[in-house]
Design a protein around this ligand. Structure first.
Ligand SMILES: [Zn+2]
Length: 294
C-alpha cells in the first residue's frame, strides 16, 4: 500500500494491491468469482481506511444487502493486517450487459457501515445507504456524507477463468479541508481517464505507480509504504472465552447433546475442537468463578 499527498497538501492519495490476500481468502472459503470480486473490492477499501487510522485502531467495513451475498465483512488496522469474508461465498448471478461480474446484483439494496474501534469503549459507527452496489461509489458516498470529505474511489478485481484472482486493488483520492474547488473537477477528470485499477495491477503496476498514473501531474509526495498481510485474530483462547460466556448450563446441554463442541472462525475458517473433558474443565472454571464472586 502506498500513501501520498499532492498539490501542496490539498490532496491525500492512497493506493493498494491486495491480490494475494484476496486469493488466500478465496481459497479458505472456496469463493466463486462474483463473491471474490465483492470481497476484493471491500477489503481493498478497508485496507485504505485502516491506513488512515491513527495508531492501532481497528476499522471494520460491513456491507449488508438484500442480494444473495447477504453480507460482506472486512476489517483492517493501521499495521496492514487485513481479513474478510462474505456470508454466502457460493453465489452466482448473471453477468452485466457488458459481460462483467455483476457485483451490484449480488449485493442488492442495502447499507454500507464503517465501524471504528478507537479502543475507548463504544466504537464509532457511521453508515450510508448503498447508492450503486458496485462498492467504489458507495465508499465515495460514505466519505462525502459521513466524513464530509469529497473523495474519488476506484476499486477493481480481475478473476481468471480458473477462479484465480489475477488482480485486486484500489485507489482513494481525497480533498483535504481548504482545497480549491477547481481541484475537485480536475480529480474527477483524471480518474475518468485512468485505466481500470485491476488491469493496471494485472500489468505489473505497483500502488505507487497507480498514484503516479492518476495524479502524477500534481506532484505527489510519497509517505511511508505499508505492507499488507492476511491475519486473523482468532485463537483457541478467544473460543474458550466465548464458550465460558455461554454459561455452565448451556455447556451442560452441549456436553449431553453433542459430547463436544466445534467452533469455526467465520473469517479464516480455522476449526477449534473442544472435547467433552475440555468442556467439563471450562464448566468447572465457570462454577469456581461464580463461587468466588459470592
Ligand atoms: Zn480466524
Amino acid at each position: 500500500m502506498a500513501q501520498a499527498t499532492a498539490a501542496n497538501g490539498q490532496i491525500r492519495a492512497l493506493a493498494v494491491a491486495n491480490t494475494n490476500i484476496v486469493n488466500e481468502v478465496c481459497q479458505r472459503h472456496q469463493m466463486w468469482p462474483v463473491a471474490a470480486a465483492a470481497l476484493g473490492r471491500t477489503t481493498a477499501a478497508a485496507a485504505m481506511l485502516g491506513a488512515m487510522q491513527k495508531d492501532k485502531e481497528r476499522v471494520t467495513v460491513q456491507i449488508i444487502g438484500d442480494g444473495p451475498l447477504e453480507q460482506i465483512i472486512a476489517d483492517a488496522d493501521g499495521e496492514g493486517n487485513l481479513r474478510g469474508y462474505v456470508h454466502n461465498p457460493h453465489v452466482d448471478v448473471p453477468h452485466t450487459a457488458n459481460k462483467k461480474l455483476n457485483v451490484k446484483a449480488a449485493i442488492g439494496e442495502g447499507h454500507l457501515w464503517v465501524i471504528r474501534d478507537l479502543g475507548l469503549g463504544e466504537p464509532y459507527r457511521g453508515g450510508v445507504p448503498l447508492v450503486s452496489g458496485e462498492i467504489a461509489e458507495d465508499f465515495a458516498s460514505y466519505f462525502a456524507r459521513s466524513e464530509q470529505t469529497p473523495s474519488v474511489v476506484a476499486l477493481g478485481v480481475l478473476v481468471g477463468v480458473d477462479y484465480q484472482v489475477r488482480a485486486a486493488g484500489g485507489l482513494i483520492l481525497q480533498l483535504m479541508p481548504g482545497a480549491s474547488e477547481g481541484l475537485a473537477i480536475m480529480l474527477e477528470h483524471m480518474v475518468k481517464d485512468l485505466r481500470p485499477i485491476s488491469s493496471l495491477i494485472d500489468t505489473g503496476s505497483t500502488p505507487e505507480d497507480i498514484i503516479a498514473e492518476a495524479i502524477g501531474e500534481l506532484q505527489p509526495k510519497y509517505l511511508h509504504q505499508l505492507p499488507l498481510r492476511f491475519r486473523c485474530s482468532c485463537s483457541r483462547q478467544r473460543c474458550e472465552s466465548a464458550l465460558i460466556a455461554l454459561g455452565a448450563e448451556e455447556l451442560d446441554e452441549m456436553i449431553k447433546e453433542q459430547g463436544e463442541a466445534e467452533l469455526t472462525c467465520r473469517f479464516c475458517q480455522e476449526r477449534y475442537l473442544f472435547t467433552k473433558e475440555e468442556l467439563m474443565a471450562l464448566q468447572a472454571r465457570i462454577r469456581q468463578d461464580s463461587t468466588q464472586d459470592q
